[in-house]
Design a binder for this molecule. Structure first.
Ligand code: GDP
Length: 295
């Protein structure tokens, strides 16, 4: 997970911590390397620019240079700014005052939406919640069946209308059923497409109107880097999402999406997917990810 970036940063930090005293030139050189490694990690260039400027502001002052351990201080500044870049505070899921809390998942095909629906249900079950899954992906032929199989494996009810092409009807009936069953969470797996198109957005808006979600979570594939960021930007402009689920972070050595999304889209990452198994889900803690990548 973000191994390339982690290794680069570790090298830069080792070098700068090795210097007892630091000159402005040392810091400038280190900043240049930080900048390069972020660009190599496919982080959005504007985000990199702002990031570097912030660190520069905080680290070239007298305080750092004359401090007891300037290298260490520089490392701490970068560390703190990385946490900020990832969203700062830990994300939370909103809870409805009256259950069920409605969570609507959106995203492009293959991002890991259906898998995440089941992961989230399992995650909630462990917290003694009663999730209910609604499969409304009427475009990907296998999606509904896939959700049913996953639901069975975690002993969670799944509502779908097989053969139906009417996602709005599925969602309406599914929500009624979730209420009937006294579910505490109703998780809606909506359709994805290979690309964003008007019909998809229209359908999602219609679903949103009916189910009135507390949370619209956009599922994006971390391995697609800046594409994931652009997808998130577009979805957010149309749907006003509440947060992002970043899947396949286990296979992402670079980290461009993870480090750009909050700054570009303005919405926090709430969950990460770290593998194909249903337990491979984590609530997103920026500080934990940073300490994981910085070793
Ligand atoms: P959907 O089209 O968005 O519903 O995508 P799926 O849920 O079917 O997932 C597409 C593929 O990505 C499947 O092979 C999943 O096993 C895989 N996948 C989903 N999440 C993760 C993850 O966090 N890590 C890894 N390595 N694979 C994942």
């Amino acid at each position: 997970m973000l191994n390339n970036l982690g290794n680069r940063f570790q090298d830069i930090f080792k070098k700068i911590k090795g210097n007892g005293k630091l000159s402005e030139k040392n810091i400038k050189d280190a900043l240049k390397e930080v900048r390069l490694s972020l660009l190599e990690a496919d982080v959005n260039y504007k985000v990199v620019k702002e990031f570097i400027n912030k660190i520069k502001e905080k680290s070239v002052g007298e305080d750092v240079l004359k401090g007891i351990n300037p290298g260490q201080q520089f490392v701490k500044i970068v560390n703190d700014e990385l946490i900020e870049l990832l969203g700062g505070t830990n994300a939370r899921l909103t809870k409805a005052l009256r259950p069920p809390t409605v969570i609507m998942l959106a995203g492009l095909q293959g991002a890991g939406k259906t898998t995440f629906a089941a992961k989230l249900a399992k995650f909630l079950k462990k917290k003694n919640e009663k999730p209910y899954l609604i499969g409304a992906d009427v475009y990907r032929p296998a999606a509904m069946k896939q959700l049913q199989v996953l639901g069975e494996s975690i002993d969670t009810p799944v509502f779908t209308i097989e053969g139906s092409k009417d996602a709005v009807e599925i969602c309406t009936k599914g929500l009624a059923k979730a209420k009937e069953e006294n579910a505490t969470y109703a998780i809606f797996d909506t359709a994805g497409r290979l690309h964003i198109d008007e019909n998809l957005m229209e359908e999602l808006k219609n679903i949103r109107k009916i189910i009135k979600p507390q949370e619209i979570l956009l599922v994006v594939d971390a391995m697609t880097g800046q594409d994931a960021v652009n997808v998130a930007k577009k979805f957010n402009e149309t749907l006003n999402i509440d947060g992002v689920v970043l899947t396949k972070l286990d296979g992402d050595a670079r980290g461009g999406a993870a480090l750009s999304i909050k700054a570009v889209v303005g919405k926090p990452i709430k969950f990460i997917g770290v593998g194909e198994k249903l337990d491979d889900i984590e609530l997103f803690h920026p500080d934990r990810l940073v300490s994981r990548i910085l070793g």
